[in-house]
Design a protein around this ligand. Sequence first.
Ligand code: NAI
Ligand code: MG
Length: 510
Amino acid sequence: MSASAESHRTTLANPPNAMSSEVAEFLAKPKKLFIGGQWHDSRSGQTFDTVDPSTGRAIATVAEGQAEDIDRAVAAARKAFDDSAWSRMRPMERERLLHNLADLIEKHADTIAEIEALDNGKSVVIARHVDVKHAIEVYRYMAGWPSKIEGQTLPLSGSLLPDQTFVGYSLREPVGVVGAIIAWNFPFLLATWKLAPALAAGCTVVLKPAEETPLSALFLGQLITQAGFPEGVVNIVPGFGDTAGAALSSHPDVDKVTFTGSTEVGRLIARAAAGNMKKVTLELGGKSPTIVFGDVDADAAIAGAASAIFFNHGQTCCAGSRLYVQSKRFDEIVEGVSEVARKLKLGPGLNPETQIGPLVSATQRERVMSYISQGMADGAKAVAGGHALDTDGYFVEPTVFTNVNAEMSIVREEIFGPVVVAAKFDDLDEIAAVANQTSYGLAASIWTKDINTVHRLAPKLRAGTVWVNCHNVLDPAMPFGGYKQSGWGRELGKEALNSYLESKSMCINI
Ligand code: NAI
Ligand code: MG
């Protein structure tokens, strides 16, 4: 690719002994499928390699689950769902198991962070202090729910009731067997967003991690057993999307499918789920605007806008990938963000100095570079970055584009890399329309000191989260998800829990 050779950047190297002995031991063990509480080879005997994206070298060989393995895992999950060890377990005991799991994750947090850094490429420091720390809190937040899942008393009084006495109330019950299919950008965290509420609700789960990043889910399988969950409550089947993923999303004995990934695959999953009318939650792509007004403090807005896009190398569904700045401050803010982009240190995830790791795969690097090339061909100007690094790892420079227009693919489509497009705006109504000029609706951020601006603009934004003077901030109690083609339903908070519960109305003639 022409854009790839010109970069003069160098990457950091890993310090000697960057990998701990616990991680080396884990990597050396066979990587099997976790089904019914046991570790199995796949029925076909097939395996696949997972690579370290900072070197392109294989780090582990993993059993490849396919349709027949998914069948086996779903059968184990169904059996566990029906079995009294789980279905009749007291809610407070479910809470204890979730707390046990959170404690075990905390005990092994450094190990999980290292596995994540190796398999995904992200900084080990971020993995430890964002991905794993947040995961622990989500398990603990959801562990609080089981004993508090309540129905309602229903005051039945309509004229259709016969002239007798009725008692009405509702119950919340687990939806059943859940198929969870996740992406590779936050492997451990996304598994948590599905597992924690599903288990709190009393569901059983078959989890299919992304083929790029199966390792932290397999490590989690060991902790599930140690935490004391009955066999088959959680099953973990690594494999590819069009085989294992497709089998899980169309399986007739799965009651709900929950997915995080591309909008394109979200559409396939919704179709596959229609066969037996599975309940569906989808957390899909985004093209979120970062909207900077002219009254901001420059340092905070520049740091915030840079972090909005470059956090996790732009491989974040809610990344602030469209930067809109009020005209009078445009040059200053965009130059500031570009300066940050030029100074960010690229390197492997295991080096604690690394600020931008490699993209997850060669495919992702090619996808991002083809957007960058297309942007240049369309007349956009890369004022920072614009190149892939000439190394075996999948590094792409943090890139800032100006001279963009609404027709360009770099402005319209999710790039999912460290690439931001910057454009000017003048007034609030104009920016509201431009911000919504996308098929996505996951998130937006507004940067201003003016409370009136916030309250006038936020209601106009068609987005599931609106951050004010911050971006990419998540909390276990705050629902997260998308309007429009960014998805169906919400992760986190009570809304996520409710999506794993059915409602049963009881109507009793006494
Ligand atoms: P993807 O959507 O293909 O993969 C995500 C998960 O879906 C993986 O576990 C994969 O095995 C599974 N999958 C793929 N095809 C499937 C099918 N037919 N049935 C069931 N499961 C299937 O995402 P991919 O290819 O890794 O990335 C492509 C683009 O998607 C990225 O460039 C980015 O724009 C977007 N994406 C968005 C994410 C988000 O968080 N919003 C996460 C990952 C990707
Ligand atoms: Mg794919």
